[in-house]
Design a protein around this ligand. Sequence first.
Ligand SMILES: C[S@@+](CC[C@H](N)C(=O)[O-])C[C@H]1O[C@@H](n2cnc3c(N)ncnc32)[C@H](O)[C@@H]1O
Length: 477
Amino acid sequence: MEQQDTWKLPDAFVMRMRQLLGSECDAFFASYEKERALGLRVNTMKVPAEVFARENQETFSLRPVSWCREGFYYEQESRPGRHPYHEAGVYYIQEPSAMAVVSLLDPKPGERVLDLCAAPGGKTTHIASRLNGKGLLVSNEIHPARAKILSQNVERMGIGNAIVTNEDSGSLADFFSEFFDCMVVDAPCSGEGMFRKDEQARNEWSEANVKLCAERQQEILDNAAEMLKPGGRMVYSTCTFAPEEDEDGMAAFLERHPEFSVVCLEPDEVPEGLSCGYPEWSRNHNPDLRNTFRIWPHKSEGEGHYLALLRKNGTWTAEDGRKRKQPKYWNDKAGRSYVEEFLKKSLTASDHDALEEGMDRLILFGDQLYQLPEGTPALDRLRVLRPGLHLGAFKTKRFEPAHALSHFLKPEQAVSVCRLEPEDPQVLDYLKGNTVKGEAGLSGWTLVCIGDYPLGWGKAVSGTVKNHYPKGLRIQG
Ligand SMILES: C[S@@+](CC[C@H](N)C(=O)[O-])C[C@H]1O[C@@H](n2cnc3c(N)ncnc32)[C@H](O)[C@@H]1O
């Protein structure tokens, strides 16, 4: 295969794929000559996917992704990453194949969900959108810098019921034994499926690294298994073609864990565009592995991916639940009066129900106030970056709302709203940190919105809104 571009696939990878795919490999390698597909996933906590698609069809030239009801392909020149809707968390830019993972898991509102290898947050933000504010999401990432990015994405998308942790899978397993209803294990892998988009994945690839990744995945999977309740679901996924990390990885895991089995979907439940797995690429030719999935770049519009939906046998009853230590909630009388004053003055009384319901689950981190999601145990020994919804901070004798709270709220929940139309140049002014002008009646803490989507806080006096968009997020220039 000739590559017209300046980059080249690793020779040993080419040989491996030839062996695996036989006569199909020409079509496979030809896919590297094509432009990759680009995708965005609508944040359905902000807007239903079909409404967003209808209203923004022209702006982004959207086409649906067959395996994800919130997912769309967009045209490169429409640049959704630069649109202020991105800052408002209206959508998440995501490689289309990666959207299949949470579609397959199908988390339901009210469930306890774990995203074990979560940064930068593609699956986490998708799970949160499916939970729609109900239930608990624990999003974990082992690398501190990446965990920070994950936490920022949780904030941007307005997620209130996620806890972001920075742990290795072993420590998390000690803590959350048999705790979750379902989970995603989007494992660190050799990234062969990302060669078209990721130079680093191409440069770092080696057969030795495939082996290393496969070993690490087994350790992560063992820990994940411990955290799932009997009867719970797990989706294991990678963005690599290597059987050692895919079918054979699953075969090894299933041999060690007879309490797990591969879920066999009815043919009409399998989303269009997903191909079946290859039992013959595994150590024991386990026929169930045909019910795992691959996305091939020469067959579907997306990069290479592998997915397996597993179930842990048994049923979980409340009596099986371990007694878990409850959090020590914050309830300082004086501090509480500042928070209540803010709520009374700045949010509409009837509509901040979700917030109000959680007012008995407050915790204080330094001078920062958070609302823990329902069902959260004490998090004493864990490295936690974001323990739920960040409400705000205590300053001298007052309470200042957090940026996260602005993205969590809907415009109708704020007393003072400065609503800017998408084409208004003041949107950019606001994102740069400048003062904006609203209606004369605006006063106090004001939710600055682009259309129906909050961008952040401002503080208004007679319609002049002083900027409170976080300095670290401001657009330069
Ligand atoms: C494929 S990426 C995850 C992508 C993410 N799920 C998303 O959709 O945005 C795998 C992640 O696992 C992290 N990781 C590596 N080793 C880990 C471990 N032992 N436990 C948890 N996470 C780990 C990596 O730092 C990386 O961020």
